[in-house]
Write a protein that binds this ligand. Sequence first.
Ligand SMILES: *Cc1c(COP(=O)(O)O)cnc(C)c1O
Length: 467
Amino acid sequence: MVSTPSLETPLSGRTFLETAIASNSPNQSLVPLTTRLGKNDALEIGGCDVPTLVRRFGSPLYILDETTLRMACRQYREAFARYYEGDSLVLFASKAWSCLAVCALVAREGLGTDVVSGGELYTALKAGVPADRIYLHGNNKSAQELNYAIESGITVVADNWQDLRLLVELMGDRPNPVRVMLRFTPGIECHTHEYIQTGHIDSKFGFDPDSLDEVLQFVAKQPSLTCIGLHAHIGSQIFELQPHHDLPDVMVSWLQRAQGYNLPVTELNVGGGLGIRYTEADDPPSIEAWVKTICDRLTRACAEANLPLPRLLCEPGRSLIGTACVTAYSIGSRKTVPGLREYITVDGGMSDNPRPITYQSLYRAVIANRMNAPATETVTVAGKHCESGDVVIADAKLPATEAGDTLVVLGTGAYNYSMSSNYNRLPRPAAVLVCEGEANLILQRETYEDLLRQDRLPERLVPNQGS
Ligand SMILES: *Cc1c(COP(=O)(O)O)cnc(C)c1O
């Protein structure tokens, strides 16, 4: 499929761009789909000149391309319309990037949202996501979070017995039952990083499939719970279609058992997990191929089981928003370890992107103000945090750079801002949404005052108080 340029060629950012948009499926591209070579050798995204954005909004800066995000939403929706005869709904797994603008944008594209905490639920509701399109996950929901879900009229995905018992207790004799889905561990292996596998049996998420009958029997007896569907999520950053080819069969067998208990189960949620292309070595299937695999398989399994087609839900996170965003940093200090390594340092790191230090994730970068320069150097791009492991990219092939250049890390839309921290008391970066030459601030850069907002100083420690 995609030609991988030889690592021997000193690729410039410009020649890299020629191969970076390899398909119109955003998750198969290395860069946002609107990425161009602009004026003065500069990188352009969403019609905006990246070095200019950095001068205007500062760095580090998350730059989110509206076109790419909308395109991914549409490709999911359109693929379901094309390959599935039943009703369907795509949910955005908002843990990938939860903020008002992102939730609102995705909702405008007709998607629902899944949330995993009261905070994500609050964000989705404030962003205007309709309650009947919000689903609450989580393997340890608090009574307060469940109550919030009930009051908001959203659907709860029950993960364990505690969820069910708490729901029954909190519902008391409220007149309208709460809509509940049941999450089971599908027992399907996939080859991805150990921390992000959730589908195999030894997982903290979901009911064990062996307890299926017991759970269904319990739920069937609760007038305050309406069990509308079943859920399974295999894992994340998956490049094979096989796990999602196998999943519908497993879920349809559950569905058949549920009908034995006379439950109004009409929805199946197959989770998310489709991978994206972070580097040239990654080769995920397209959004369309992923959706088609699931639709074909589910349609066939339902026909074989003589069941009507359920409403089909999925909940991608990474493949919706991962490619749509890049992070622009300013390059600062440089260190040469003779005969070993050349370090260049950026003005962020593990606080704005904890994925490399957490999952050993790989990234690709370009120098936004030197897109025509050949990549003649192999350098390690380090962050500015007090951790030796705070490395953004090890052995990056880049042009010769100097302090003040703009280094842009690609594919940072998913699990970057949402996993960011204030480690070393770095204020979180700003984020801008770019589209057709306009840039709108969607997350204001944190200030030093923001860092102290929750700090409280006991009276006796206030400087120059008492003696
Ligand atoms: C994380 C998660 C997702 C989204 O996964 P991606 O790999 O980002 O698509 C969907 N559903 C559940 C239950 C999850 O935990």
